[in-house]
Write a protein that binds this ligand. Structure first.
Ligand code: CA2
Length: 152
């Protein structure tokens, strides 16, 4: 498969707890469910997905750098790093791949510190507050954007 038909799915710190803790905020689906949802949405459009979740910022950054070699775009829920991490933002901006930012919860209806995203203006797709189904929509929109970019 050519590098142009693969996406990197990145889930940041604590998202391994999906479906296990705080179902009132994040729902009952697990991280494995999220990874399947994205893989299915991508496969419907002829793309495959490499998925990573880590609680370690440097591991996420290394995975983002590696995507430059063989991925056409990145779907990312940076978790709490959304609101704190210049280095994660720099990694995304540095690889210059199209990025879709996903948040399961509606961050704008939560604490003030969740309203700002360091990733926001690096991403070309934003899906916020649609639950885990939002990952599928973000994947569809990202592939549409990639296709549009390729067609010029
Ligand atoms: O709504 C989202 O997807 C968030 O990115 C989730 C982050 C939070 O810091 C952002 O403000 C919004 C938290 C990820 C932690 O996920 C958990 C899942 C289940 C149980 C505990 C944490």
């Amino acid at each position: 498969m050519s590098h142009s038909r693969r996406l990197l799915l990145v889930n940041g710190p604590n998202l391994n707890l999906l479906g296990i803790r705080e179902p009132d905020v994040y729902g009952h689906e697990t991280l494995a469910d999220v990874e399947r949802i994205v893989a299915d949405a991508a496969a419907d459009r002829g793309y495959e997905v490499r998925a990573i979740q880590s609680n370690h910022e440097g591991v996420l950054i290394d995975a983002i750098h590696a995507a430059r070699e063989d991925c056409a775009g990145i779907v990312i829920n940076p978790g709490g790093l959304t609101h704190t991490s210049v280095v994660l933002r720099d990694a995304l901006s540095g690889v210059a791949l199209p990025v879709a930012e996903v948040h399961i919860s509606n961050v704008y209806e939560r604490e003030q510190f969740r309203h700002f995203s360091y990733v926001g203006d690096v991403a070309i797709v934003h899906v916020i507050g649609e639950g885990v189904a939002g990952y599928a929509r973000a994947t569809e929109l990202l592939i549409a954007a990639i296709t549009g970019l390729a067609e010029g």
